[in-house]
Design a protein around this ligand. Structure first.
Ligand code: FES
Length: 159
């Protein structure tokens, strides 16, 4: 499957293909939204409407799921999405100091996207690697046991 951002013109057929691949199963709503976000880079409203229509579920339900989980975004995101875990273990072990450096290095607040469109900075719930807290995830890669001085070095890999 094409995982690069696609034109919304093909939204209808692309959404249909994804929903059919999941057997039109309402229980697969989260997996379907993951696939849609992988294709478009985020969850555009037109895509949510198509998902609701193809699954025959209320748009409010689809929208509720799309806005509940921090891994989903209903707004366009940067080329690289940096997610900072905000749950207790990471918080206690210095997540805020990582955020300070990330915001300073990128010149954007949490929730923002750089003007060049390279980075989006987001909070997320537990990444499942509490043993190496504090942790962040950039795209699909997790970085743990982080200290603030490691952030600029890591960002360089994505610039
Ligand atoms: S609390 Fe941060 S990874 Fe689990």
């Amino acid at each position: 499957m094409d995982v690069m951002p696609a034109s919304l013109d093909c939204c209808e057929s692309t959404i249909k293909e994804i929903v059919v691949r999941h057997g039109r199963s309402k229980q697969d709503l989260i997996a379907i939204l993951h696939d849609v976000q992988r294709v478009f880079g985020y969850l555009p409203e037109s895509a949510l409407i198509q998902v609701a229509s193809n699954l025959d579920v209320p748009l409010s339900k689809v929208y509720g799921v799309a806005t509940f989980y921090t891994l989903f975004s209903t707004k366009p995101m940067g080329e690289h999405v940096i997610r900072v875990c905000e749950n207790a273990p990471c918080h206690l072990l210095g997540a805020n100091s990582l955020i300070d450096v990330l915001e300073k290095e990128l010149g954007i607040p949490m929730g923002g996207t750089t003007s060049c469109g390279t980075f989006t900075l987001k909070h997320t719930s537990c990444l499942g690697v509490c043993g190496v807290a504090p942790a962040i995830m950039i795209d699909d890669e997790v970085y743990g046991n982080l200290t603030p001085d490691e952030i600029p070095v890591i960002l360089k890999k994505y610039r």
